[in-house]
Design a binder for this molecule. Sequence first.
Ligand SMILES: Cc1ncc(COP(=O)(O)O)c(C=O)c1O
Length: 408
Amino acid sequence: MHAMSDVRRRYANFQASKRTLDLTRGKPSDEQLAITHPLFEIHIPRAEVPRLLNYGHIDGLPEARALFAPYLGVPVENTMVLGNSSLAVMHDLVVQLLLSPLPGLSYSWSAWRGMDRMKPTMLCPVPGYDRHHTICERYGIDMIPVPMTKDGPDMEVVRREVESRGSLVGMWCSPRYSNPTGVTYSAKVVRELASMKTARGFRIFWDDAYRVHDLEDEPDEIPNFFELCERAGNADRAFIVGSTSKITSAGSGLALLGLSQANRAWYLKALFAQTIGQDKANQWRHVQFLKDMEGVRALMREHRAIVKPKFDGVAQVLRRELTGIPGVWWEVPRGGYFVSLYVPGHAKQVVHIASEAGVKLTPAGAAYPRGIDPADAHIRLAPTYPPLEDVEFAMQIVALSVRLALGR
Ligand SMILES: Cc1ncc(COP(=O)(O)O)c(C=O)c1O
């Protein structure tokens, strides 16, 4: 362990280098995007022009739906392949739930006040994906934070809220390699989320954004949430969401949605009012390029070869610099896009100290509703975008910033 004077000297040296580095962006690197560039060069044959370049297929091209049904773990007839962003789909679903009566019910989320006559309220596992919270904030949905454990959301809190809060309309879940904790929900948690008793209009956004984004040889497996909901008589509870943003292209990928037949009929009416069809040319190119789930997995192995050394770099620096410092811990993820570092009482200070040496970090608290982390502990690190050497350089500054904040 280095003495504090040594920590200060090393920090000053880094500061003097005047480099600026950014660990805020959970997005693919240029090198990753290069892998999928050939997809966007695929030529549309003349014979396919009438089918692909005209209106139609409001819920996606049939062969794209067939390709992505096993990805989502739902039957083809329950699969939709939509636009370029799953966030846009989740946003639209929330707006539609707020505005139009729910399947089988006579009222919308907005008209639903429950016995306690409060605003519609959603459960938000924390730390979580900030844009889930942004959607809630924007539309006046109250948020109840649910602490994450190593097995997923704390089910005692979920149970208590579901049983007692009449205004509870839904829950956000990032079930696999969760953003930002990297936690994969345990089978027990998944089963209980599918089978617990809730109000009829209650919906779970099963945001499986990191479905195939493994960093280890043995992927984390979880039970099929859609099937479990169906078996428990709760088929309408689940919106299974995914996208190819971090498979093919963030921005020119495809959004995927799995939903029950009742939800599908309901959502088709909303789609009918807003579009005449999907971008079938892009969907077709994706099918030619990926072919099947094995194609998806093969591509993800290429991504992994690029991103894994960066995650290893983060873990190595944290281990070397911060092992044994009381009250500091981090989670080494087995997949996904983030590493979570916890420095209770000092997260804001660490982010500030790192910024003074040129390292930009996601604002402390960003992964909590309204940006408030009551313990001021959580720091989200996103190592995929910068080159490996920059990740290691930036992480040394982060580690030294932790030690300066703690004075140890
Ligand atoms: C949990 C989660 N859901 C959704 C998204 C956004 O996905 P898309 O690019 O499909 O909108 C992200 C991106 O970081 C994410 O982490």
